[in-house]
Design a protein around this ligand. Structure first.
Ligand SMILES: NC(=O)c1ccc[n+]([C@@H]2O[C@H](COP(=O)([O-])OP(=O)(O)OC[C@H]3O[C@@H](n4cnc5c(N)ncnc54)[C@H](O)[C@@H]3O)[C@@H](O)[C@H]2O)c1
Length: 434
């Protein structure tokens, strides 16, 4: 039996890990303990899953006691990003399997600590990179492994986060670099990991520009220069385009923004003590960037041209991978319910360097994140699928390289110079540039 303790009873913990352990994988897995700074989170979990009502719950400083009393085999780390490091290191000290949500940690310095601790431990780190498991992303990996495009020379990846999803980061703790590492780490860790994994090359050097264009105190669509508003209680809502896009004045028939808690905040699974996830996207404290372009050079010669924007009228990405023998292209329009115009079905187009183009209609799976989450859950809770002929479950090194690119991106944009990953890995101080 895999006995699991959960550090950070977040929304992600409830949906991605606790629910499937109880309802799908309970034959081989059992939750034996919960840890969070906030007792409200423990209550919410026990209200949603009455089978856990007698489960012991622990505070941040009771990790060792939790391990002693519950004797787990695995630790799931689903707390606020900057706190992952504490539980990963402690889990490794106890020689446990540590399954952490992305980003593994929020700085290169901490990523290095994890890799060093893993070497000394009998335990291991798994990073829950669910995007790898998306059917299109697996197919692209398979095509590259089959040699369809030869050696990868360049990748163009443009990621678009829509106004609904993009704004959500600026309402929550994610908007503070000290908590999330900023969005080039918190969000782009997924994208950098995908590229690193697809092309199987290591990032060497990063150069980027970044800006805060939409959110924060100077956001052009800010109804007034007022600080510390919350959507649930804000009387300027009718003037806020980001709010009114998903809500109507009467609320009737509107798509409700799940981070806007006008009613029943205490009943919602988004309820926390001393914290609301509906803070104003135009608050003064917002310090991170919402727009980036970046170039990354890889050790076996590939170049990545990447951009991300967190306030686009639709969500999705455009990808092209060029190699010495051909090219792969795809475009995704995410969450069709939020795209206000007809969109084509996603395919993968393969262009051999010479010859006929092929369009591939990918067999898709059910479930969140393009069917990625359920497959990742199976690998975590049933053991890695022995019939998949390539590595997909990510470890600490993959976590670290995706963070190195992400930190390289925001720091390069501040310092206005390229940064070498190897040199960042040698630094001993955490860099925190406002
Ligand atoms: N892979 C994905 O697609 C995906 C999607 C969403 C979230 N995530 C990740 O999951 C994690 C949780 O995100 P969320 O948005 O669900 O979070 P959330 O805001 O719902 O919850 C954060 C939790 O962390 C707890 N916490 C804060 N400090 C803590 C500490 N020192 N020790 C223990 N707990 C502490 C809070 O009390 C809260 O319960 C994050 O790391 C996030 O990046 C991943």
């Amino acid at each position: 039996m895999n006995k699991i303790v959960v550090c950070g009873v977040s929304n992600r913990a409830l949906g991605m890990f606790i629910n499937p352990v109880i309802n799908k994988f309970s034959e081989q897995n059992e939750i034996v303990g919960l840890l969070d700074t906030d007792e409200r989170r423990i209550e919410i979990c026990k209200e949603r899953f009455p089978e856990l009502v007698n489960l012991p719950a622990y505070k941040t400083n009771q990790f060792d006691q939790m391990i002693e009393e519950t004797n787990p085999t695995s630790v799931i780390v689903t707390s606020r990003d900057d706190t992952h490091i504490d539980y990963i290191l402690k889990g490794l000290e106890h020689n446990l399997t540590v399954i952490t949500e992305k980003p593994m940690v929020t700085t290169v310095k901490d990523a290095k600590k994890v890799m060093e601790a893993e070497k000394k431990s009998k335990g291991k780190v798994i990073v829950a990179f669910n995007y790898r498991y998306n059917a299109f992303h697996r197919k692209i990996k398979e095509m590259i492994l089959e040699g369809k495009i030869g050696r990868v020379t360049s990748v163009d990846l443009n990621w678009y986060i829509d106004t609904y999803h993009g704004a959500s980061y600026f309402k929550r703790w994610n908007r503070k670099r000290e908590f999330s590492g900023g969005l080039s780490i918190h969000k782009s860790t997924h994208h950098f990991d995908l590229v690193n994994w697809w092309i199987d090359q290591k990032p060497e050097e990063v150069f980027a520009y970044g800006a805060l264009n939409y959110f924060g105190k100077d956001g052009e669509l800010n109804p007034s220069p007022t600080d510390n508003r919350y959507c649930g209680t804000c009387n300027e809502k009718p003037e806020c385009g980001y709010y009114m896009r998903w809500n109507s004045r009467s609320q009737a028939g509107a798509v409700k923004d799940d981070h806007v808690l006008s009613e029943g905040i205490e009943k919602s699974e988004q309820s926390y003590t001393n914290y609301r996830p509906d803070a104003c996207i135009f608050d003064n404290e917002i310090e991170i960037e919402d727009t980036y372009v970046a170039s990354v050079k890889y050790d076996k010669g590939a170049f990545l041209s990447y951009s991300i924007n967190f306030s686009v009228p639709f969500e999705g990405y455009r990808l092209a991978i060029n190699g010495t023998k051909g090219r792969i292209e795809t475009q995704e329009f995410h969450e069709l319910s939020r795209v206000p115009f007809p969109v084509p079905e996603q395919t993968i187009d393969y262009f051999p360097l010479f010859g006929a183009k092929e369009s591939i209609h990918v067999v898709q799976g059910e479930g969140t994140h393009g069917g990625g989450d359920p497959l990742l859950q199976e690998d975590i809770f049933m053991g890695v699928d022995p019939n998949r002929p390539y590595e997909i479950l990510a470890g600490a090194e993959a976590g670290a390289y995706s963070i190195a690119v992400g930190e390289g991106v925001w720091r390069s944009s501040k310092e206005n110079k390229p940064l070498k990953v190897e040199e960042m890995m040698k630094e001993t101080e955490t860099v925190y540039i406002k």
